[in-house]
Design a protein around this ligand. Structure first.
Ligand code: SF4
Length: 402
């Protein structure tokens, strides 16, 4: 018996974006680099699943939801999430908490018990093993289902193929039919009543009615066509500036290497290179001018910094807090401050002491603020202090002398 082709909306999306990319990912099984936006989305989806757990009678409080978010978030490092730096990860963390807080401000007291959350269903249909995970389904009565798909990106737009795929799965899945019949034994047929993209960052909901059967039929022919192409081994690259720029497989891709990737030690086949748009190079005279300006700018910055240091040193040596030049007046103020320079260590400590949520984004001032927070035990404060060093900050200002 021929095995059904394992398929999903995201696989179809990747094939349509570039069949060669699909081949790298699903035929050669080369994983992509972690992407911060997926990690961010996964963490928020987990929190929504936690809030709307169909097994639980009561809904969690905001504090419980935030704590759950912390636990999910802190399971991986910023690199594993795909963030470029710990600072970027902390921005994501703060944004995640902001979204949860604002969700609770809007929905506390209005939560409803869903039919399911993050339900994974597989459906064998027309030679495909269709896998789909529906973020949330609510039962509307009379065999009608509302499908909610949470979006966590910057914007949200209608993705008809995704809606069609949901409709196809939900209306044909025996698992979903059983779930509905457990709620309402009189139901003979499950149908989609409403589809909704819910944008968590803005709490904006886009709802769509059930698509007509004709549209679903046409969509399904497209799916079967893509499946046929995959089975027939059609994986020609379709390069484009946008998709290639962010593609993790550029180093292996025949478009860029000129050679067909065969994996392992397999033979390397010659491949015709395609042209990718590049910006026009600058004329040589302009390149020289630009280079010399860059060098001059760098040298001036260096000279300025050295002058600053010399002025501070001389003023400190002579115990001056103010001094005059011909055209400017300099003021020097020295402040002693706590400085937390080993950011990774400090953040690790804040995570393990459950203090990260208190500072949202741990900047110098928010961390220093913890040292005077009356709700934090002295022992914890002392441990935190050990991670800081006292440094003197010199603030030198220059004013025209008139
Ligand atoms: S680099 Fe471009 S052409 Fe090559 S696999 Fe990626 S998206 Fe396709």
């Amino acid at each position: 018996m021929v095995k059904n082709l394992s398929f999903s909306y995201s696989k179809m999306g990747m094939y349509k974006e570039c069949p060669q990319k699909y081949k790298f990912r699903y035929i050669h099984m080369i994983p992509e680099q972690p992407k911060y936006y997926f990690a961010f989305g996964t963490a928020l989806h987990s929190v929504m699943e936690f809030i709307y757990n169909p097994e639980k009678e009561d809904f969690p409080t905001l504090q419980e939801a935030l704590l759950y978010f912390d636990t999910v978030w802190n399971k991986t490092t910023y690199e594993q999430k795909g963030y470029a730096s710990i600072d970027k990860e902390l921005e994501g963390y703060a944004e995640g908490r902001r979204i949860i807080q604002s969700y609770y401000r809007t929905y506390t007291g209005k939560f409803i018990h869903p039919l399911s959350t993050e339900l994974k269903s597989t459906l064998d249909i027309d030679g495909l093993n269709l896998i789909s995970i529906v973020d949330r389904m609510d039962y509307l009565g009379d065999g009608l289902i509302k499908i909610l798909d949470y979006k966590t990106g910057k914007t949200v737009q209608r993705e008809p193929d995704q809606l069609y795929m949901y409709q196809k799965v939900v209306e044909n899945s025996p698992l979903i039919k059983t779930l509905v019949q457990q709620k309402d034994p009189s139901v003979k047929k499950v149908r989609v009543g409403q589809l909704s993209f819910y944008h968590l960052p803005t709490l904006h909901e886009m709802t769509f009615e059930r698509a007509p059967d004709k549209e679903i039929f046409e969509f399904w022919q497209k799916v079967l066509n893509v499946a046929d192409c995959i089975r027939a081994g059609k994986f020609d690259p379709t390069p484009g500036e946008q998709q290639c720029r962010w593609c993790d497989y550029r180093n292996l891709c025949p478009v860029f290497t000129g050679k067909e990737y065969a994996g392992g030690n397999a033979a390397v086949v010659s491949f015709k290179k395609k042209t990718i748009l590049k910006s026009e190079p600058l004329p040589l005279s302009e390149q020289d001018e630009l280079s010399s300006k860059i060098d001059r700018y760098g040298d001036l910055l260096k000279e300025t910094e050295q002058l600053r240091k010399d002025i501070i040193q001389l003023m400190k040596k002579n115990k001056f807090s103010r001094h005059f030049g011909q055209h400017y007046r300099a003021e020097l103020n020295c402040l002693e401050k706590m400085e937390f320079t080993d950011k990774e260590k400090v953040i690790e400590f804040l995570r393990s002491s459950q203090l990260l949520g208190k500072v949202l984004v741990p900047t110098q001032s928010t961390i220093v603020g913890l040292l005077t927070d009356p709700t934090i035990p002295t022992k914890t404060k002392n441990e935190l202090k050990k991670l800081a060093k006292k440094v003197e900050h010199e603030n030198l200002t220059l004013e025209p002398t008139e």
